[in-house]
Structure formats: structure tokens, C-alpha cells
Design a protein around this ligand. Structure first.
Ligand code: BG6
Length: 492
């Protein structure tokens, strides 16, 4: 990673919240420790806790000490990092306080780029943006970083994007999808476009189907009411899963610039086959978890979670068969699934290549005869290419054996730690590089597709199917892929 050229004034709205303490401050600390924050970079933490700067620093110090590993903590580094942080009390809904932001920025070096980070609930984005505009705190160089969700549907995302566009230029709006900051997700670009071996095989002539699994073992984690109004389709599919799909399916960009990459992703979103009412029964399975186990311990069902109102038709699991209507992918289904309270936390992509055109080996082994590329996004980031070789030994004749060509990044490259997505995203925002952030049209095309899916689903009136916590979702998701003569990877 390369240090940003210019120093920044980073204003964090919601600096004492969950996201800031679990992700943003640890990421900023790591950047500071790696000398990737320009020396003049300053951080203004905003919240409504009534702290002085000294008190806020103490809270941040304690939280970082709990979050970071002992080998990552060093008192002098911590103190030097905290020196960058100041605190202001701000009632986000009252205009007056915003005047102090301009004064704070004005007190710093004039060349510092102003970056505003909204780490608040999304319903505050409009209020904050409106007040920032009314006190004239932003100019044409001010950047803003916004967390997902960008709206709840196409209409609300347009409204929010319009509000942002009223104050910030699109090239200064950094919409976060933290999956784009993950090391292995970035590696999809390198894998696909730096290796002609794969680039030349990446289409319907060579690939039979693709699986994307983003499984989580956690449940709702105290966010019942937010989650219940969103569900897994809005919370995960509209953003992370569709972004993964785009990176896997897009055409080669002409260069690595932000717009070249995002132009190609948009083309994929535009080519997604709509999930019409006719397709829903065979292309979509929604599930909701009931009581079961996680890590060997009993856990409640979704409707018994803290904050639950006791009834809901919101899905905590989705399996989808997605088709892309273009030359490259005609006839190649992308099976995607994601859920809460699945047996483990695992995100991976499995690219199934077509078998060789003419099979000459033992007929009993024919089921082995296709290559698979397994891309592990988390945990144990790495890749594995399943290939067929001759089984060793005199007695085996020409029996085949499937085995992996394995690349585990941490082992192969001797990396002591893989940076968290937020480190990369904050660094890129400070460098003014948007390629890891989502452009307005991407968000809106993704909502357009998800909206029609949800509307058709509503028309069908289907309830989500039950699955016990700790299992791989409703059996209907297995039936969905089995109907096509295939199976989810771990079922093989
Ligand atoms: C968030 C979702 O965007 O991503 C959460 O809102 C989800 O529901 C989380 O748990 C998963 O992120 P990760 O990085 O832990 O896979």
C-alpha cells in the first residue's frame, strides 16, 4: 500500500458507534502504525457523549486495546495515533453545531483534503448532508464516505443519491461496500485479468456454472428491527453478493481506472435476467432460521431473538439462480446463497469448468471429470484449482484422482496479517481513488433488479421456509440446484 500524498482532515460522524469502534478506529490505527497516514492527517470524532477530547481519547484507547492483538499494540504508537484525534460534541440534527466543523477544518493546514465519513444510521444521511450544505462547510474538493445501505429500494436510493449530488460531486462520493476492500475480492481482478490461462477460459464455452456462497454463523446480533425491515436480499444480495457477481462476470476493463472497472460492472447489472413470477419457484428460495445450534451451543430462532416482535416474513437466508443475458454467460447459471446462522462463516466462489469434450477414462470416474476453481474469500484467503491427475502406483492403471493446486495467501506469501477491508477503503478514499467504491448507477441498477424480485416474491405470497440454526438453509435450496443435476460444493 502507498501512503496518500496529501494529508486529510477526516471528520467521523458517529465516532462512538459500533462501526467506528469495531472497524474505523482499528483501521486508522493500523494505517498510522504502517506509516500510511500522511503526517498532517487529523481526525475529528463527532458524537453526542459530552466528552472532552481527553475523555474521548481515553475511550478510544480502551476500545482499541480490547480490539487489537497484543503484538499490534504499542503505547508510543497509540499515543502518537491519539494525538491526531480530537473530539467535538455534535447534535447531528441541529444546524448550529456544524459551524464548528468549518472552524476545525480552518484551523488545520489549508492543503488538507476534507473527508466526511457518515458512520451513522442511514436515516441521518439526509439531515447531515442538508446541514453541511447550509453552513457552507463543503466545497468542490470535499469528499464524503457513506456506508450501505444506500436506500431501501430504488426510489429511496435515488432520493439519497440526489441529496448527496446536491452537495458533492459524484467523483467525491465514496459509497462503501466493504466486500470490495477485502484482499481476495480484489484478487479476483488480478486472477482474471493478469492470467491469460483463466482469461481465455472465462465464458460459456468453458464454464458450466458458478457458485457464490457467503455464509455466516452469527445471527442478527442485536439488530433485529433494522434487519427485519431489510432481510438478507436487501442487506447482503443487493450489495455484497451482486458486487461479487459483477467482478466475476464483467468483461475485461480497458485499464484499472475507477470508471473503466465500474462501467464493466454496470453492464453486468444491466444484463441480469429479471426474476419474473414464472421464474421465482425455480430460481429463488428464501429461508428463516428456527432454534438450533451455533458453535455447539443452543441458539434461539429468528423470531425469538432479542427485539423480535414474534412474527415476520423476513428472510435470513436466500438461494438464487441468477442468469446473465449476454454472449459471455448465456446458459451459465450463477447459483448464489447467503444466510445467517449457517454452520460456519465462509465466503467462497466455485467456478465449475465444463468437462473435456470427449471422455476416455474409467466410466465409473466420469463424475470427477471437471476442473473447479475455488476462490476462498474468508477465512483462509486463498485459491485452489482442482485438477485431475493419474493416481500414483503400479496397480492403479489409468485411474484418475482429483487433487488441488493450492495457494493459501498467508502461507505462500508469508504475510503476517491480511489488512482489514476498512484499512484499504479508508486509504483509497484518502488517496482519492474510487475504484473500490460503488458508483451511483451501480447502486441504482442493483436496486432495480432486487426491487422487481421482491415485488414478484410478494405477489407469489410465499413465506420463507424454515431451517434450523446451524444447518445449510432450507432443503429447498438443495432441491433448486439438484433440479439442474448439480449440487452445492460442500454436499459433494
Ligand atoms: C454487512 C451486513 O454489510 O456485512 C451484515 O449488514 C453482515 O448483516 C456483514 O453480517 C458481513 O460482513 P463480513 O465482512 O463479516 O462478511
Amino acid at each position: 500500500m502507498v501512503s496518500p500524498d496529501t494529508a486529510c482532515d477526516l471528520i467521523l460522524f458517529g465516532a462512538m458507534g459500533d462501526l467506528a469502534s469495531k472497524k474505523l478506529f482499528p483501521a486508522l490505527y493500523h494505517l498510522h502504525r504502517a506509516e500510511l497516514l500522511a503526517p498532517g492527517t487529523r481526525i475529528l470524532a463527532l458524537a453526542r457523549r459530552g466528552y472532552s477530547t481527553a475523555e474521548a481519547r481515553q475511550v478510544i484507547r480502551e476500545r482499541l486495546s480490547r480490539t487489537l492483538g497484543s503484538d499490534e499494540l504499542s503505547p508510543p504508537t497509540m499515543e502518537a495515533f491519539l494525538e491526531r484525534v480530537e473530539y467535538e460534541d455534535l447534535d447531528f440534527s441541529s444546524r448550529e453545531g456544524y459551524l464548528t466543523l468549518e472552524q476545525w477544518h480552518g484551523r488545520g493546514p489549508s492543503e488538507n483534503t476534507l473527508i466526511l465519513y457518515y458512520a451513522t444510521p442511514p436515516d441521518l444521511y439526509a439531515t447531515i448532508t442538508g446541514h453541511l450544505a447550509s453552513v457552507g462547510c463543503c466545497d468542490e474538493t470535499t469528499r464524503v464516505v457513506v456506508e450501505k445501505p444506500i436506500g431501501h429500494d430504488l426510489v429511496s436510493s435515488r432520493e439519497l443519491n440526489d441529496q448527496l449530488a446536491g452537495v458533492f460531486r459524484e467523483e467525491n462520493i465514496y459509497r462503501i461496500d466493504h466486500y470490495l476492500g477485502k484482499e481476495t475480492v480484489q484478487n479476483l481482478i488480478a486472477l482474471r485479468f493478469a492470467n491469460n490461462l483463466f482469461a481465455s477460459q472465462w465464458d460459456q464455452n468453458h464454464i458450466s456454472h458458478v457458485e457464490i456462497t457467503v455464509a455466516e454463523s452469527v445471527g442478527i446480533e442485536g439488530r433485529w428491527s433494522y434487519f427485519d425491515s431489510a432481510g438478507q436480499l436487501r442487506d447482503m444480495v443487493q450489495s455484497h453478493l451482486l458486487q461479487l457477481l459483477c467482478l466475476l462476470a464483467m468483461d475485461p476493463p480497458s485499464d484499472l481506472s475507477s470508471d473503466s472497472i465500474r462501467d464493466e460492472k454496470v453492464k453486468v447489472l444491466k444484463a441480469l435476467a429479471p426474476l419474473t413470477q414464472e421464474r421465482i419457484p425455480t430460481h429463488l428460495v428464501r429461508g428463516q432460521y428456527t432454534a438450533g445450534t451455533a458453535d455447539g451451543k443452543p441458539v434461539p430462532g429468528y423470531l425469538e431473538e432479542e427485539g423480535s416482535v414474534g412474527h415476520s416474513r423476513t428472510e435470513t437466508f436466500v438461494a438464487l439462480k441468477v442468469e446473465i443475458e449476454n454472449w459471455r454467460w448465456a446458459g451459465v447459471p450463477f447459483y448464489i446463497r447467503t444466510g445467517k446462522r449457517l454452520p460456519e462463516k465462509r465466503s467462497e466462489v466455485i467456478v465449475h469448468f465444463k468437462p473435456a469434450p470427449h471422455y476416455i477414462f474409467d466410466p465409473d470416474q466420469k463424475h470427477l471429470a471437471n476442473n473447479k476453481l475455488i476462490i476462498r474469500l474468508q477465512p483462509d484467503e486463498g485459491m485452489s484449482l482442482q485438477i485431475l491427475t493419474k493416481d500414483q502406483g503400479l496397480s492403479r492403471g489409468m485411474r484418475l484422482r482429483q487433487g488441488p493446486l493450492e495457494l493459501t495467501f498467508a502461507e505462500a506469501f508469508n504475510t503476517d496479517r491480511i489488512p482489514d477491508a476498512y484499512e484499504r477503503l479508508l486509504l483509497e478514499a484518502m488517496k482519492g481513488n474510487q475504484y473500490l467504491f460503488v458508483r451511483r448507477d451501480e447502486v441504482e441498477y442493483a436496486w432495480h433488479w432486487v426491487d422487481q424480485l421482491l415485488a414478484n416474491c410478494e405477489e407469489c405470497g410465499a413465506h420463507p421456509k424454515r431451517y434450523a440454526a446451524g444447518t445449510w438453509g432450507p432443503v429447498a435450496s438443495i432441491a433448486m440446484i439438484t433440479r439442474d443435476g448439480r449440487s452445492w460444493y460442500e454436499d459433494v
